[in-house]
Design a binder for this molecule. Structure first.
Ligand code: MCA
Ligand code: AMP
Length: 462
């Protein structure tokens, strides 16, 4: 271990490549160290998380300097960006190699988080999740143990850098384990195939696109371990990769709030649909509706506790209180089973208002609010419908007049972010409601649309 700064020991190791730019490990850490010196004592820094070397250096340097980092989605619209900047109290903003002070915020005292990541709930704007440095270390140590992840590995992925998957696992992971990193810029099948690494990360959409691209899938035959996470890996994709790449991916499960809690192990048999066991230091339990441990094989809510679980949302004591049980376990909201061998399966989510599309968590309420902010929209209800490529596609049912579907899709993309945009808009005369007047989302999709639907060119899959 070589010590840089006061806060982190980065491991020596192999080169770092970000979207085509490569630096030897020492050169990378040297640049990080120089930048960290300029950030000493700085307030919380928001970083527009483009997949570029200079952005990665800035993020890692802030971590080294002990300055909390708020990664911003590069495609965040104005409303989302303003919310994240004001809610986090970031005093600096780094974008495209330039860093400037955010007036009004630069004197806000910073907390002790390494990262503040924003994640969606069922309603309202995204919530800030402060992630402690020791939580990051515990998570990577647990994954290194489960996956035999060492400095001999070269990790390949092309995931976005404003979430746990791409940033904590995908960038900080290599810097703590010593493995090399090739970030492919975008997670395309051909880029994954060309990289020829030993360890690969992807969301199910990425794995399913690779499985459909036979040559790229076959090119992964030399890899040591393929890992899937962020959403459920479809069984046919698991099977196809097993046949084409000679190995199926292992699955691991986690949340922004908890980091990774469960994973299949590299040295165990690969089981379709299983997310394995708790990582070292993590405890998990499946609890029935009465709050009692569910019997083996029975459905219940997955709850977790351990060193990588967060302590509470930023500025949201109400949401924090609702997320923990009386005995201090985090309520994931995911429905799971555990078998007699301690192997977990994720079966679904308790709320239909949290959508997973392409591995991104999107709150239905957030998209509905964005749609309602358009003057032509009177009512809106948003659901996730099954999709072969994205897992779930965001579909909006709206009561509106004088507007086309593509305009509403663009409105959401520019207000929130592109991945939160509905892939299609269905215009209806009225939303189905129950006796209490609440929208009955179970009946959406079964109501006759009115004459207008969004044209298929706006993100509709064939
Ligand atoms: C299209 N675009 C638009 C519009 N339509 N932009 C503005 N307005 C519009 N109307 C643009 C987009 O900006 C983008 O541009 C391009 O079209 C395609 O965008 P998108 O549809 O998002 O791409 P996709 O191909 O469908 O994306 C699939 C994906 C992506 C690559 C798999 O969903 C993805 O990266 N997912 C990863 C999510 C993830 O990492 N989740 C981790 C969180 P451009 O090409 O310029 O971008 S979960 C987590 O962290 C936990 C702990 C866990 O378990 O891992
Ligand atoms: P996020 O907070 O964006 O990190 O999303 C966390 C959510 O992703 C979890 O609550 C799960 O619903 C989902 N998730 C992550 N990994 C898996 C997995 N391997 N299988 C099924 N769902 C997953």
């Amino acid at each position: 271990m070589r010590r840089y700064g006061r806060h982190v020991d980065w491991a020596p190791g192999a080169a770092i490549t970000i979207a085509g730019e490569t630096l030897a490990r020492d050169d990378f850490l040297g640049r990080v160290h120089d930048t960290a010196l300029t950030l000493d004592g700085a307030p919380t820094i928001a970083v527009v998380a483009e997949a570029t070397m200079s952005t990665v250096v800035t993020i890692v340097a802030a971590l080294e300097a002990g300055v909390p980092v708020v990664p911003l989605s590069p495609d965040a619209g104005q409303r989302e960006r303003e919310h994240v900047l004001s809610d986090s109290g970031a005093g600096l903003l780094a974008e495209g190699g330039t860093t400037w002070a955010l007036p009004g915020n630069d004197t806000v005292p910073r907390g002790d988080a390494a990262l503040i990541l924003y994640t969606s709930g069922t309603t309202g704007p995204p919530k800030g999740v402060p992630i402690r440095p020791d939580a990051v270390h515990a998570c990577i140590a647990g994954l290194a143990d489960a996956w035999d992840w060492t400095a001999d590995d070269v990790l390949v992925h092309g995931l976005p850098l404003h979430h746990v998957h791409g940033l904590v696992l995908g960038v900080i992971g290599p810097l703590l384990t010593g493995s090399g990193l090739i970030h492919t810029g975008r997670p395309t099948p051909t880029a994954y195939a060309a990289a020829q690494g030993s360890l690969y990360f992807g969301v199910p959409t990425v794995w399913s696109r690779i499985a459909r691209d036979v040559d790229s899938a076959r090119a992964l035959a030399g890899a040591r371990l393929l890992v899937s996470g962020s959403a459920a890996l479809p069984g046919p994709v698991f099977d196809a990769l097993g046949a084409l790449a000679g190995q199926a991916p292992i699955e691991r499960y986690g949340m922004t709030e908890t980091l990774i809690t469960l994973s299949a192990r590299a040295d165990e048999q690969r089981l379709r649909g299983s997310v394995g066991r708790p990582l070292a230091g993590i405890q998990a339990r499946v609890v029935d509706d009465a709050g009692m441990p569910a019997a083996v094989g029975q459905l219940g809510e997955l709850q977790a506790t351990g060193p990588s679980v967060f302590a509470g949302y930023l500025n949201r004591p109400d949401a924090t209180a609702a997320s923990f049980t009386a005995d201090g376990w985090f309520r994931t909201g995911d429905i799971a089973t555990v078998d007699a061998d301690g192997i977990h399966r994720i079966v679904g989510r308790a709320s239909t208002d949290l959508i997973k599309s392409g591995g991104y968590r999107v709150g239905a309420g957030e998209v509905e609010d964005a749609l309602l902010s358009h003057p032509a929209v009177a009512e809106a209800a948003v659901v996730g419908e099954p999709d072969d490529d994205l897992g779930q596609r965001i579909v909006a049912y709206v009561v509106a007049s004088g507007v086309q579907g593509d305009e509403l899709i663009a409105h959401v993309a520019t207000t929130l972010s592109a991945h939160k945009r509905p892939r299609s808009v269905v215009f209806v005369e009225a939303l189905p409601r129950n006796a209490m007047g609440k929208v009955d989302k179970a009946r959406l999709g079964h109501i006759p649309p009115s004459t207008m639907t969004a044209p298929a060119t706006n993100g509709d899959l064939p």
